[in-house]
Design a protein around this ligand. Sequence first.
Ligand SMILES: [Zn+2]
Length: 292
Amino acid sequence: MNYITFDIEEWFLEKQNHGNRSEKIAEYDRYLNEILDLLDECELKATFFCVGGMAEDFANVIKQIDHRGHEVGCHSYRHTWLNKMQPNEVLEDTRRAINLLEQCIGKKVVSYRSPAFSIGENNTWALDILANCGIERDSSIFPAKRDFGGFSNFGHKTPVIIERKGCMLKEFPICMTTILGKEIAYSGGGYFRLFPLWFVKREMARSDYAMCYFHLDDIIPESSKMMSREYYEAYFKEPGTLVNRYKRHIKSNLGKKTAYGRMISLIRTFKFINLAQAEQEIDWSQVPIVKL
Ligand SMILES: [Zn+2]
């Protein structure tokens, strides 16, 4: 089974960090419309994990996604990484985001993805908070090492049921492949930009489970400017030296010119479902239970 998901925060971050430039907002609107049209044409429903803050200033974006029949999931309130927050802050952030999204679309929001896959071995308590806030499906676990975080000893690269102290979550981890003995993601984000399309297609074709995930800023060809020191430090919580910012800039722009076209090709090539459809499609009685 292949899953198609989008993480939606660009409008909100643009307003918060760059002053709400109308040409940038229009650009995001245009790309989102194109993607929604493409999904219609391919008869696919995706899960769009949206930051709750979008529901305050860009409610029309969330409503449009919902009206077109896609699942609206939660992607935190303001895209602060969960591993940079205390439990009470995560609880507050999650509640606030879910309330705003639910009010916006008038439906329950039960799927969640943390910003930058920021649930790892050191903050599994975040899963309890999600379940207590009504989340039933999560796609926050990156079961390998990565720059910031990752959950390298999670041990599962396909859907599982996570059981903890009486609460339960259906987990859809990011899928991995192995290159030279090393586990590596390939189906979204910067990884998707780095690998040639034939490679991604080959891996998906021979796998029973693929979780594709895209942020607009990861795939649209317009090159982004290097982050200011203030923005870098607020976002990554580490010194915004020129070297650090330059490295991040190169990394986040590699392969960007062709990524959008490659994503379109991928969507046209494979059959995908979203997390809501997985409720019926998966025989959950056969899915491994992980006690964390
Ligand atoms: Zn995100």
